[in-house]
Ligand binder design. Structure first.
Ligand SMILES: *Cc1c(COP(=O)(O)O)cnc(C)c1O
Length: 444
Protein backbone atom coordinates (compact mmCIF):
# COMPACT_ATOMS: atom_id res chain seq x y z
CA UNK A 1 0.00 0.00 0.00
CA UNK A 2 1.17 3.54 -0.74
CA UNK A 3 1.44 5.98 2.17
CA UNK A 4 -1.50 7.98 3.37
CA UNK A 5 -0.12 11.32 2.10
CA UNK A 6 0.12 10.05 -1.47
CA UNK A 7 -3.39 8.66 -1.17
CA UNK A 8 -4.97 11.88 0.00
CA UNK A 9 -3.17 13.77 -2.75
CA UNK A 10 -4.76 11.43 -5.24
CA UNK A 11 -8.19 11.63 -3.57
CA UNK A 12 -8.51 14.67 -1.28
CA UNK A 13 -11.86 13.37 0.07
CA UNK A 14 -9.90 10.76 2.02
CA UNK A 15 -8.70 13.50 4.38
CA UNK A 16 -12.27 14.02 5.58
CA UNK A 17 -12.98 10.29 5.49
CA UNK A 18 -9.99 9.64 7.75
CA UNK A 19 -11.28 12.22 10.19
CA UNK A 20 -14.54 10.28 10.44
CA UNK A 21 -16.70 13.14 9.12
CA UNK A 22 -19.72 12.59 6.91
CA UNK A 23 -19.04 13.18 3.22
CA UNK A 24 -20.58 12.95 -0.21
CA UNK A 25 -17.93 11.70 -2.62
CA UNK A 26 -18.73 12.20 -6.29
CA UNK A 27 -17.16 9.58 -8.52
CA UNK A 28 -14.87 11.44 -10.95
CA UNK A 29 -14.96 8.51 -13.40
CA UNK A 30 -18.75 8.42 -13.64
CA UNK A 31 -19.89 8.44 -17.27
CA UNK A 32 -23.62 7.87 -16.85
CA UNK A 33 -23.41 4.83 -19.07
CA UNK A 34 -23.75 1.10 -18.65
CA UNK A 35 -20.37 -0.11 -19.92
CA UNK A 36 -18.77 -2.98 -18.05
CA UNK A 37 -14.95 -3.24 -17.78
CA UNK A 38 -13.61 -5.35 -20.66
CA UNK A 39 -12.18 -8.06 -18.42
CA UNK A 40 -15.52 -8.69 -16.66
CA UNK A 41 -17.78 -10.42 -19.17
CA UNK A 42 -21.22 -9.77 -17.62
CA UNK A 43 -24.24 -8.71 -19.65
CA UNK A 44 -27.96 -8.03 -19.37
CA UNK A 45 -28.46 -11.57 -20.70
CA UNK A 46 -26.76 -12.98 -17.60
CA UNK A 47 -29.28 -11.13 -15.44
CA UNK A 48 -32.15 -12.50 -17.53
CA UNK A 49 -30.74 -16.03 -17.05
CA UNK A 50 -30.60 -15.52 -13.29
CA UNK A 51 -34.20 -14.31 -13.36
CA UNK A 52 -35.28 -17.47 -15.27
CA UNK A 53 -33.44 -19.68 -12.80
CA UNK A 54 -35.36 -18.11 -9.92
CA UNK A 55 -38.58 -18.73 -11.87
CA UNK A 56 -37.67 -22.41 -12.25
CA UNK A 57 -37.25 -22.70 -8.49
CA UNK A 58 -40.59 -21.02 -7.72
CA UNK A 59 -42.51 -24.35 -7.33
CA UNK A 60 -39.87 -25.60 -4.87
CA UNK A 61 -39.93 -22.36 -2.88
CA UNK A 62 -43.73 -22.44 -2.66
CA UNK A 63 -43.56 -25.94 -1.18
CA UNK A 64 -40.77 -25.32 1.32
CA UNK A 65 -41.62 -21.71 2.21
CA UNK A 66 -45.40 -21.20 2.23
CA UNK A 67 -44.89 -17.46 2.81
CA UNK A 68 -43.75 -17.20 -0.83
CA UNK A 69 -47.09 -18.50 -2.16
CA UNK A 70 -48.71 -15.07 -2.25
CA UNK A 71 -46.13 -14.11 -4.91
CA UNK A 72 -46.21 -17.48 -6.69
CA UNK A 73 -42.85 -18.53 -5.33
CA UNK A 74 -41.00 -15.32 -6.15
CA UNK A 75 -39.05 -13.65 -3.38
CA UNK A 76 -40.00 -10.00 -3.90
CA UNK A 77 -40.70 -6.93 -1.77
CA UNK A 78 -43.11 -4.00 -1.86
CA UNK A 79 -42.24 -0.58 -3.30
CA UNK A 80 -44.02 1.98 -1.15
CA UNK A 81 -44.37 5.75 -1.37
CA UNK A 82 -43.37 7.31 1.98
CA UNK A 83 -44.59 10.89 1.71
CA UNK A 84 -44.86 11.47 5.48
CA UNK A 85 -41.19 10.43 5.89
CA UNK A 86 -40.36 12.69 2.97
CA UNK A 87 -41.98 15.64 4.75
CA UNK A 88 -40.15 14.71 7.96
CA UNK A 89 -36.75 14.67 6.22
CA UNK A 90 -37.41 18.05 4.64
CA UNK A 91 -38.58 19.61 7.90
CA UNK A 92 -36.23 18.03 10.42
CA UNK A 93 -33.00 18.00 8.37
CA UNK A 94 -33.65 20.84 5.90
CA UNK A 95 -33.20 18.27 3.14
CA UNK A 96 -34.93 20.46 0.53
CA UNK A 97 -35.76 17.39 -1.54
CA UNK A 98 -38.43 17.89 -4.23
CA UNK A 99 -40.11 15.09 -6.21
CA UNK A 100 -41.28 11.80 -4.68
CA UNK A 101 -39.68 9.47 -2.14
CA UNK A 102 -40.27 5.71 -2.23
CA UNK A 103 -39.06 2.85 -0.04
CA UNK A 104 -37.99 -0.47 -1.56
CA UNK A 105 -38.78 -2.83 1.29
CA UNK A 106 -36.23 -5.61 0.98
CA UNK A 107 -36.44 -5.48 4.76
CA UNK A 108 -39.61 -7.50 4.19
CA UNK A 109 -38.33 -10.07 1.72
CA UNK A 110 -39.58 -13.59 2.49
CA UNK A 111 -37.36 -16.26 4.07
CA UNK A 112 -34.45 -14.11 5.30
CA UNK A 113 -35.89 -10.63 5.97
CA UNK A 114 -33.07 -8.76 4.25
CA UNK A 115 -31.59 -7.93 0.87
CA UNK A 116 -29.47 -11.09 1.24
CA UNK A 117 -32.58 -13.07 0.33
CA UNK A 118 -31.75 -12.03 -3.24
CA UNK A 119 -28.07 -12.82 -3.83
CA UNK A 120 -27.52 -15.35 -1.07
CA UNK A 121 -30.52 -17.50 -1.84
CA UNK A 122 -29.89 -17.26 -5.57
CA UNK A 123 -26.36 -18.61 -5.20
CA UNK A 124 -27.46 -21.57 -3.07
CA UNK A 125 -30.19 -22.43 -5.58
CA UNK A 126 -27.77 -22.18 -8.50
CA UNK A 127 -25.31 -24.49 -6.74
CA UNK A 128 -28.11 -26.98 -5.98
CA UNK A 129 -29.22 -26.90 -9.62
CA UNK A 130 -25.66 -27.46 -10.86
CA UNK A 131 -25.21 -30.49 -8.58
CA UNK A 132 -28.64 -31.92 -9.35
CA UNK A 133 -28.13 -31.68 -13.12
CA UNK A 134 -24.61 -33.03 -12.96
CA UNK A 135 -25.69 -36.10 -10.96
CA UNK A 136 -28.95 -36.79 -12.80
CA UNK A 137 -31.20 -35.87 -9.90
CA UNK A 138 -32.82 -33.34 -12.22
CA UNK A 139 -33.39 -33.81 -15.95
CA UNK A 140 -33.78 -30.76 -18.16
CA UNK A 141 -37.51 -29.94 -18.19
CA UNK A 142 -38.26 -31.43 -14.74
CA UNK A 143 -40.42 -29.48 -12.32
CA UNK A 144 -38.27 -28.22 -9.44
CA UNK A 145 -40.86 -29.15 -6.79
CA UNK A 146 -39.08 -32.51 -7.05
CA UNK A 147 -36.19 -30.99 -5.07
CA UNK A 148 -38.38 -30.93 -1.96
CA UNK A 149 -38.67 -34.73 -1.80
CA UNK A 150 -36.79 -37.09 0.54
CA UNK A 151 -34.47 -38.47 -2.12
CA UNK A 152 -33.26 -34.96 -3.00
CA UNK A 153 -32.72 -34.07 0.64
CA UNK A 154 -30.61 -37.20 1.09
CA UNK A 155 -28.62 -36.33 -1.99
CA UNK A 156 -27.85 -32.76 -0.85
CA UNK A 157 -27.15 -34.04 2.67
CA UNK A 158 -23.84 -35.48 1.52
CA UNK A 159 -22.66 -31.97 0.52
CA UNK A 160 -21.75 -28.93 2.60
CA UNK A 161 -22.35 -25.21 1.96
CA UNK A 162 -20.31 -22.68 3.94
CA UNK A 163 -20.20 -18.90 4.20
CA UNK A 164 -18.58 -16.13 6.24
CA UNK A 165 -20.98 -13.45 7.42
CA UNK A 166 -21.71 -10.46 9.64
CA UNK A 167 -25.17 -11.97 10.08
CA UNK A 168 -27.67 -11.49 7.28
CA UNK A 169 -25.80 -13.34 4.53
CA UNK A 170 -25.39 -16.26 6.88
CA UNK A 171 -29.12 -16.20 7.53
CA UNK A 172 -30.12 -16.38 3.89
CA UNK A 173 -27.47 -18.96 2.90
CA UNK A 174 -27.94 -21.02 6.06
CA UNK A 175 -31.73 -21.12 5.92
CA UNK A 176 -31.88 -21.98 2.22
CA UNK A 177 -29.03 -24.51 2.28
CA UNK A 178 -30.59 -26.28 5.27
CA UNK A 179 -34.02 -26.26 3.57
CA UNK A 180 -32.56 -28.13 0.60
CA UNK A 181 -30.91 -30.64 2.93
CA UNK A 182 -27.31 -29.44 2.70
CA UNK A 183 -25.05 -29.50 5.71
CA UNK A 184 -24.81 -25.74 6.27
CA UNK A 185 -21.96 -24.01 8.13
CA UNK A 186 -21.97 -20.26 8.82
CA UNK A 187 -18.81 -18.52 10.03
CA UNK A 188 -19.92 -15.47 12.00
CA UNK A 189 -17.81 -12.36 12.65
CA UNK A 190 -17.76 -10.61 16.01
CA UNK A 191 -20.36 -8.08 14.77
CA UNK A 192 -23.05 -10.72 14.30
CA UNK A 193 -26.03 -10.45 16.65
CA UNK A 194 -26.83 -13.32 19.03
CA UNK A 195 -30.45 -13.72 17.86
CA UNK A 196 -29.25 -14.47 14.32
CA UNK A 197 -26.97 -17.24 15.59
CA UNK A 198 -29.81 -18.67 17.70
CA UNK A 199 -32.24 -18.61 14.79
CA UNK A 200 -29.78 -20.40 12.51
CA UNK A 201 -29.03 -23.09 15.07
CA UNK A 202 -32.77 -23.67 15.47
CA UNK A 203 -32.86 -24.48 11.73
CA UNK A 204 -30.10 -27.04 12.00
CA UNK A 205 -27.29 -24.79 10.76
CA UNK A 206 -23.79 -25.09 12.29
CA UNK A 207 -22.65 -21.67 13.51
CA UNK A 208 -18.94 -21.02 14.09
CA UNK A 209 -18.11 -17.86 16.04
CA UNK A 210 -15.02 -15.68 15.68
CA UNK A 211 -13.81 -12.79 17.80
CA UNK A 212 -12.51 -11.07 14.67
CA UNK A 213 -14.09 -9.04 11.88
CA UNK A 214 -15.81 -10.09 8.71
CA UNK A 215 -12.70 -10.58 6.56
CA UNK A 216 -11.28 -12.98 9.14
CA UNK A 217 -14.52 -15.00 9.32
CA UNK A 218 -14.45 -15.28 5.52
CA UNK A 219 -10.82 -16.38 5.53
CA UNK A 220 -11.42 -19.09 8.11
CA UNK A 221 -14.55 -20.33 6.39
CA UNK A 222 -12.88 -20.43 3.01
CA UNK A 223 -9.89 -22.44 4.17
CA UNK A 224 -12.07 -25.00 5.99
CA UNK A 225 -14.27 -25.33 2.93
CA UNK A 226 -11.33 -25.63 0.53
CA UNK A 227 -10.07 -28.59 2.55
CA UNK A 228 -13.28 -30.53 1.83
CA UNK A 229 -13.98 -31.51 -1.80
CA UNK A 230 -17.72 -31.88 -1.08
CA UNK A 231 -17.95 -28.40 0.38
CA UNK A 232 -18.94 -25.25 -1.50
CA UNK A 233 -17.94 -21.82 -0.22
CA UNK A 234 -20.09 -18.79 -0.95
CA UNK A 235 -17.54 -16.05 -1.47
CA UNK A 236 -19.21 -12.69 -0.86
CA UNK A 237 -16.08 -10.82 -1.96
CA UNK A 238 -15.72 -12.46 -5.37
CA UNK A 239 -18.92 -14.25 -6.30
CA UNK A 240 -20.40 -13.49 -9.70
CA UNK A 241 -23.51 -15.57 -8.94
CA UNK A 242 -24.29 -13.60 -5.82
CA UNK A 243 -23.88 -10.39 -7.82
CA UNK A 244 -26.26 -11.59 -10.55
CA UNK A 245 -28.85 -12.68 -8.00
CA UNK A 246 -28.90 -9.13 -6.67
CA UNK A 247 -29.04 -7.68 -10.17
CA UNK A 248 -32.39 -9.39 -10.82
CA UNK A 249 -33.91 -6.85 -8.39
CA UNK A 250 -33.65 -4.19 -11.10
CA UNK A 251 -35.92 -6.09 -13.50
CA UNK A 252 -38.46 -6.64 -10.76
CA UNK A 253 -38.29 -2.97 -9.75
CA UNK A 254 -38.94 -1.81 -13.30
CA UNK A 255 -42.22 -3.77 -13.34
CA UNK A 256 -43.24 -2.16 -10.05
CA UNK A 257 -42.41 1.33 -11.35
CA UNK A 258 -44.53 0.72 -14.44
CA UNK A 259 -47.45 -0.40 -12.29
CA UNK A 260 -47.17 2.87 -10.36
CA UNK A 261 -47.06 4.78 -13.67
CA UNK A 262 -43.62 6.11 -12.83
CA UNK A 263 -41.56 6.92 -15.91
CA UNK A 264 -37.76 6.83 -15.95
CA UNK A 265 -36.50 8.77 -18.97
CA UNK A 266 -34.63 11.88 -20.06
CA UNK A 267 -37.17 14.12 -18.37
CA UNK A 268 -37.75 11.95 -15.28
CA UNK A 269 -34.58 10.91 -13.47
CA UNK A 270 -34.53 8.12 -10.91
CA UNK A 271 -32.24 8.32 -7.86
CA UNK A 272 -31.46 5.19 -5.86
CA UNK A 273 -29.71 5.12 -2.46
CA UNK A 274 -28.20 1.79 -1.43
CA UNK A 275 -26.56 0.83 1.89
CA UNK A 276 -23.21 -0.80 1.13
CA UNK A 277 -21.15 -3.40 2.98
CA UNK A 278 -18.77 -5.46 0.86
CA UNK A 279 -20.60 -4.15 -2.22
CA UNK A 280 -22.33 -7.16 -3.79
CA UNK A 281 -25.92 -6.15 -3.08
CA UNK A 282 -25.75 -2.47 -4.01
CA UNK A 283 -23.34 -3.21 -6.86
CA UNK A 284 -25.53 -5.91 -8.40
CA UNK A 285 -28.60 -3.71 -8.21
CA UNK A 286 -26.73 -0.76 -9.74
CA UNK A 287 -25.48 -2.97 -12.57
CA UNK A 288 -29.04 -4.17 -13.20
CA UNK A 289 -30.53 -0.68 -13.10
CA UNK A 290 -27.88 0.72 -15.45
CA UNK A 291 -28.65 -1.99 -18.02
CA UNK A 292 -32.29 -0.88 -17.96
CA UNK A 293 -32.12 2.88 -17.55
CA UNK A 294 -28.59 4.00 -18.52
CA UNK A 295 -27.89 7.65 -17.78
CA UNK A 296 -31.41 8.26 -16.45
CA UNK A 297 -30.76 6.39 -13.21
CA UNK A 298 -28.39 7.77 -10.58
CA UNK A 299 -27.12 5.26 -8.03
CA UNK A 300 -25.43 6.24 -4.77
CA UNK A 301 -24.04 3.96 -2.07
CA UNK A 302 -24.14 4.80 1.62
CA UNK A 303 -21.58 3.54 4.17
CA UNK A 304 -20.88 4.16 7.88
CA UNK A 305 -18.22 6.81 8.63
CA UNK A 306 -16.02 4.17 10.31
CA UNK A 307 -16.44 1.49 7.62
CA UNK A 308 -16.58 3.19 4.19
CA UNK A 309 -14.63 0.40 2.48
CA UNK A 310 -16.08 0.83 -1.02
CA UNK A 311 -15.52 4.58 -0.95
CA UNK A 312 -11.91 4.12 0.14
CA UNK A 313 -11.34 1.42 -2.48
CA UNK A 314 -12.87 3.38 -5.34
CA UNK A 315 -11.54 6.84 -4.47
CA UNK A 316 -8.00 5.48 -4.07
CA UNK A 317 -8.32 3.16 -7.05
CA UNK A 318 -6.86 0.40 -4.89
CA UNK A 319 -10.14 -1.55 -4.44
CA UNK A 320 -9.57 -4.73 -2.38
CA UNK A 321 -5.89 -3.81 -1.92
CA UNK A 322 -6.84 -1.29 0.77
CA UNK A 323 -8.85 -1.51 3.99
CA UNK A 324 -10.43 1.19 6.15
CA UNK A 325 -7.95 0.25 8.88
CA UNK A 326 -5.12 1.19 6.50
CA UNK A 327 -6.22 4.83 6.69
CA UNK A 328 -6.78 4.77 10.44
CA UNK A 329 -10.49 4.01 10.77
CA UNK A 330 -11.81 1.36 13.17
CA UNK A 331 -14.23 -0.50 10.89
CA UNK A 332 -16.56 -0.68 13.88
CA UNK A 333 -20.19 0.42 13.51
CA UNK A 334 -23.65 -0.24 14.93
CA UNK A 335 -24.69 -0.99 11.34
CA UNK A 336 -23.74 -4.67 11.57
CA UNK A 337 -24.76 -5.39 7.96
CA UNK A 338 -22.30 -2.75 6.76
CA UNK A 339 -19.40 -3.56 9.10
CA UNK A 340 -16.93 -4.43 6.37
CA UNK A 341 -13.35 -3.13 6.26
CA UNK A 342 -12.30 -4.27 2.80
CA UNK A 343 -14.44 -3.99 -0.35
CA UNK A 344 -15.09 -6.50 -3.10
CA UNK A 345 -12.61 -5.79 -5.90
CA UNK A 346 -14.97 -7.28 -8.48
CA UNK A 347 -17.73 -4.87 -7.49
CA UNK A 348 -15.42 -1.85 -7.21
CA UNK A 349 -14.19 -2.41 -10.76
CA UNK A 350 -17.70 -2.99 -12.07
CA UNK A 351 -18.79 0.29 -10.50
CA UNK A 352 -15.88 2.39 -11.83
CA UNK A 353 -17.95 4.31 -14.37
CA UNK A 354 -21.49 3.38 -13.22
CA UNK A 355 -21.63 4.62 -9.66
CA UNK A 356 -22.57 8.28 -9.19
CA UNK A 357 -21.04 8.58 -5.74
CA UNK A 358 -21.11 7.65 -2.09
CA UNK A 359 -22.46 9.16 1.09
CA UNK A 360 -21.13 8.32 4.52
CA UNK A 361 -23.29 8.46 7.63
CA UNK A 362 -22.71 8.62 11.40
CA UNK A 363 -24.15 5.78 13.49
CA UNK A 364 -26.13 8.30 15.53
CA UNK A 365 -28.04 9.43 12.45
CA UNK A 366 -29.11 5.83 11.70
CA UNK A 367 -31.10 5.66 14.93
CA UNK A 368 -32.66 9.06 14.22
CA UNK A 369 -33.83 7.85 10.80
CA UNK A 370 -35.06 4.60 12.38
CA UNK A 371 -37.32 6.55 14.76
CA UNK A 372 -38.36 9.00 12.03
CA UNK A 373 -39.60 6.18 9.81
CA UNK A 374 -41.41 4.43 12.64
CA UNK A 375 -43.13 7.62 13.74
CA UNK A 376 -44.16 8.78 10.26
CA UNK A 377 -44.84 5.51 8.40
CA UNK A 378 -44.95 2.82 11.10
CA UNK A 379 -42.29 0.84 9.28
CA UNK A 380 -39.42 -0.73 11.23
CA UNK A 381 -35.95 -1.08 9.68
CA UNK A 382 -32.67 -2.26 11.18
CA UNK A 383 -29.97 0.42 11.62
CA UNK A 384 -27.97 -0.72 8.55
CA UNK A 385 -30.99 -0.22 6.31
CA UNK A 386 -31.59 3.28 7.65
CA UNK A 387 -28.31 4.38 6.04
CA UNK A 388 -30.31 4.74 2.82
CA UNK A 389 -31.93 7.94 4.11
CA UNK A 390 -28.63 9.78 4.16
CA UNK A 391 -29.03 10.14 0.37
CA UNK A 392 -32.38 11.95 0.32
CA UNK A 393 -31.26 14.09 3.26
CA UNK A 394 -27.96 15.18 1.74
CA UNK A 395 -28.45 15.19 -2.04
CA UNK A 396 -30.02 18.64 -2.27
CA UNK A 397 -28.94 19.51 1.27
CA UNK A 398 -25.19 19.58 0.52
CA UNK A 399 -22.87 21.54 -1.73
CA UNK A 400 -21.49 18.39 -3.36
CA UNK A 401 -24.99 17.11 -4.03
CA UNK A 402 -26.00 20.34 -5.73
CA UNK A 403 -22.80 20.20 -7.76
CA UNK A 404 -23.76 16.70 -8.97
CA UNK A 405 -27.15 17.96 -10.09
CA UNK A 406 -25.64 20.97 -11.88
CA UNK A 407 -22.88 19.01 -13.63
CA UNK A 408 -25.30 16.36 -14.84
CA UNK A 409 -27.95 18.76 -16.15
CA UNK A 410 -30.40 17.76 -13.41
CA UNK A 411 -31.00 21.08 -11.64
CA UNK A 412 -34.32 21.63 -13.35
CA UNK A 413 -35.35 17.96 -13.73
CA UNK A 414 -34.99 17.37 -9.98
CA UNK A 415 -38.53 18.73 -9.49
CA UNK A 416 -39.83 15.63 -11.32
CA UNK A 417 -37.37 13.12 -9.88
CA UNK A 418 -38.26 9.93 -8.03
CA UNK A 419 -35.99 8.85 -5.17
CA UNK A 420 -35.81 5.31 -3.85
CA UNK A 421 -34.33 4.58 -0.43
CA UNK A 422 -33.40 0.89 -0.54
CA UNK A 423 -34.41 -0.59 2.82
CA UNK A 424 -32.12 -3.58 3.17
CA UNK A 425 -33.25 -5.37 6.32
CA UNK A 426 -35.30 -5.47 9.50
CA UNK A 427 -38.47 -7.55 9.44
CA UNK A 428 -36.96 -10.49 11.33
CA UNK A 429 -35.48 -8.44 14.18
CA UNK A 430 -37.06 -9.68 17.46
CA UNK A 431 -39.18 -7.28 19.50
CA UNK A 432 -36.71 -6.87 22.39
CA UNK A 433 -33.95 -5.84 19.97
CA UNK A 434 -36.31 -3.40 18.24
CA UNK A 435 -36.97 -1.85 21.58
CA UNK A 436 -33.23 -1.50 22.22
CA UNK A 437 -32.79 0.20 18.81
CA UNK A 438 -35.71 2.58 19.37
CA UNK A 439 -34.13 3.74 22.60
CA UNK A 440 -30.57 4.20 21.31
CA UNK A 441 -29.22 7.75 21.15
CA UNK A 442 -25.59 8.34 20.20
CA UNK A 443 -23.53 11.52 20.27
CA UNK A 444 -21.40 10.43 17.31
C1 LIG B 1 -25.39 -7.11 3.58
C2 LIG B 1 -26.23 -5.94 3.85
C3 LIG B 1 -26.08 -4.76 3.12
C4 LIG B 1 -25.03 -4.54 2.06
O1 LIG B 1 -24.78 -5.58 1.16
P1 LIG B 1 -23.30 -5.89 0.68
O2 LIG B 1 -23.46 -6.90 -0.38
O3 LIG B 1 -22.53 -6.39 1.85
O4 LIG B 1 -22.73 -4.60 0.20
C5 LIG B 1 -26.92 -3.72 3.44
N1 LIG B 1 -27.84 -3.81 4.41
C6 LIG B 1 -28.02 -4.92 5.12
C7 LIG B 1 -29.08 -4.96 6.17
C8 LIG B 1 -27.22 -6.02 4.87
O5 LIG B 1 -27.39 -7.13 5.60
Amino acid sequence: MMNVETLTERAPVLDQVRAGTEVLWLNPQYTGGREVPKDIPLTAQDIADADSRLQRFAPFLQLRFPETRARNGLIESPLTEISCMHTRLNEKYAAGLPGRLLLKQDSHLAIAGSIKARGGIYEVLKHAEDLALEHGLLMPGDGYDKLADARSRDFFGSYTVQVGSTGNLGMSIGIMAAALGFHAVVHMSADARQWKKDLLRSRGVTVMEYGADYSEAVKQGRSLSDADPRSYFVDDEKSVDLFLGYAVAARRLSVQLERLNIAVDGAHPLFVYLPCGVGGAPGGITFGLKQLYGENVHCFFVEPVQAPCMLVGMASGLHEQISVQDIGLTGRTHADGLAVGRPSGLVGRMMETMLSGEFTVRDGALYEYLRDLLETEEIFLEPSACAAFQGPVRLCGSEEGRRYLAENGLAEKIERAVHIAWATGGSMVPEEIREEYRGTYLDG
